[in-house]
Design a protein. Structure first.
Length: 105
């Protein structure tokens, strides 16, 4: 799973968001060098929906110009994928932070 998609799933964990708000939250949380461009964000959003990890949950009631913004939510499969990837990253994080003495070497 690409890190951007992982971050998107994490941002959606607390509930449905429209894409603009999700990207804003991701931008606040991710290191500056890892903030996706708008096209990249939407590419990963599409991939998440294709995988069944993200679902469209309706549109906003905004009556402004253009089409209404869609709201996206984490699916149960998305939560499982997020948790699985989190466990994998946790194992590598422990390995990376372990002192050489702690490895028995």
């Amino acid at each position: 799973m690409h890190m951007t998609l992982f971050q998107m799933l994490a941002v959606l964990r607390d509930g449905p968001l429209d894409a603009t708000v999700a990207l804003e939250r991701l931008s606040r949380l991710a290191p500056a060098r890892e903030v996706p461009s708008v096209p990249s964000f939407y590419r990963h959003l599409r991939r998440g929906t294709e995988e069944g990890w993200i679902a469209v949950r309706g549109t906003t009631d905004d009556e402004g110009p253009g089409r209404p913004a869609q709201s996206y939510a984490l699916t149960p499969d998305g939560l499982a994928a997020l948790q699985d990837r989190s466990r994998e990253l946790e194992a590598f994080t422990r390995l990376a932070l372990e002192t050489p003495e702690g490895r028995g070497g």
